[in-house]
Write a protein that binds this ligand. Structure first.
Ligand SMILES: [Mg+2]
Ligand SMILES: [Zn+2]
Length: 161
């Protein structure tokens, strides 16, 4: 692995909503991992870059919080649950970033803004050139460009999806 840090988008990248007609899960039990995700992530030796391992981060827009569909606390727990299901460990505090703001609030954390990626990069004490962001939407690619880090589409990172 040539990267110190691999950051993943959540919805449409690691997991999908199982409620028909609903884009993102609002409760536990409303999501499942996408095919190939657990197989790929369980094959990587995750850890701290300071120990020569690759760190895992999450950067997720969670506008459902601003819309009142779920609390920030629950959204964060469900992202931690997603990491545990996908990679086999509970992510440490500081490695999961979410944007709780609405689409029109003009915050700088909502992707394609770079702030969540920059925070994760700073948390893991690495640099843009050694950071990869994996996502499924143009706003993900935009966030990677704005943060100066590498980007791969989820469909390319997870073979067989
Ligand atoms: Mg997505
Ligand atoms: Zn935000």
């Amino acid at each position: 692995m040539k990267y110190d840090l691999v950051i993943f988008d959540a919805d449409g990248t690691l997991r999908r909503c199982t409620v028909p007609g609903q884009v993102c899960p609002n409760q536990p039990g409303q999501w499942e991992l996408l095919p190939g995700v657990a197989e790929t992530l369980s094959g990587i030796e995750w850890g701290s870059p300071s120990h020569g391992r690759t760190a895992l981060g999450i950067a997720s827009n969670q506008a459902g919080i601003a819309r009142g569909y779920l609390t920030e606390e629950l959204a964060r727990k469900m992202l931690e649950d997603t990491v545990e299901a996908a990679a086999g460990f509970r992510p440490i505090p500081g490695s999961v970033e979410l944007c709780p703001h609405g689409t029109r609030e003009g915050c700088s954390c909502r992707k394609p803004g770079p702030l969540m990626l920059q925070r994760l990069r700073d948390f893991w004490k690495t640099v843009p050139a050694r950071t990869l962001f994996v996502g499924d939407m143009a706003s993900d690619r935009g966030a990677a460009l704005n943060a100066g880090c590498a980007f791969r589409w989820a469909a390319d990172f997870f073979p067989g999806v």
